[in-house]
Design a protein around this ligand. Sequence first.
Ligand SMILES: C[S@@+](CC[C@H](N)C(=O)[O-])C[C@H]1O[C@@H](n2cnc3c(N)ncnc32)[C@H](O)[C@@H]1O
Length: 281
Amino acid sequence: MVSIKLGAVSMDAPEDKLYFVSTDNRAIIINDDFLAINYIPENSINLIVTSPPYNVDIDYEGFRDDIPYDKYLEFTEKWLRKAYELLKPDGRMCLNLPIDKSKGRDGEGFQSVYADIVSIAKKVGFKYFSTIIWNEGNISRRTAWGSFASASAPYVIAPVEAIVLFYKKSWKRLSKGKSDITPDEFKEWTLGVWAFQGENPKKVGHPAPFPLELPRRCIKLFSYVGDIVLDPFVGSGTTVIAAYLLNRTGIGIDISRKYCETAKNRLIKEAKVNFNKILQY
Ligand SMILES: C[S@@+](CC[C@H](N)C(=O)[O-])C[C@H]1O[C@@H](n2cnc3c(N)ncnc32)[C@H](O)[C@@H]1O
């Protein structure tokens, strides 16, 4: 076991799960199944920023992204319960989701993913705050028209995603802290339509990354300097990079060893993180 201080509490984590820990303990990458983790202390996390698997048949390393929709919703409920436990009473969650899904297993292609996940989150105990619409400006991904120029069976696709804001018990922070958001950023980002480009998967070495700008805005707007930020599906490490660069502590979990390695390399290159050699595998 390795003991890592997280604010007022300590996390005693099995050494073989800690893929990467910076020397200052502010960037932590864990290679594990989020559902199986029992060593992150409950009520210890200030902010969760994440984009879970969307179950749209993405070719991930190490798990299937095309399970039946009811099973996907069961998985969603399990991970949301876990996330809820880990948040502090005034903890918040920024959940990046598609509005809907129009591909996947035969016969269940069209699903209201956003609506279904929001209702599961509320059932689990999360309180809903509001939703930011992220305009990715990416219409090049469009490949299907259904019935082109005909009312027979046209497809309608919105090139936007949602960032849903939830909190555990109190939206207002229960203690004071230092904010680092500028007045201009605050004015722009509190208008709930964000427009910036998506990330290029080839550039970061992951099939479905979000751009650094997404966690950067969420972290500056919704957390204090020094807070603990968690991404239970960290992929290429984007949330932990943003947290580290903004002087927070970032904890990222991914079930895939390959993506943990990608995250580690990005942290070293893009955030100039120093690391503890003992924890390298
Ligand atoms: C949409 S991607 C996240 C991408 C990330 N936001 C980024 O910028 O690279 C979802 C990630 O969840 C991981 N994953 C899937 N099931 C998991 C589980 N049970 N526990 C932890 N990670 C899991 C996948 O390996 C994948 O990297």
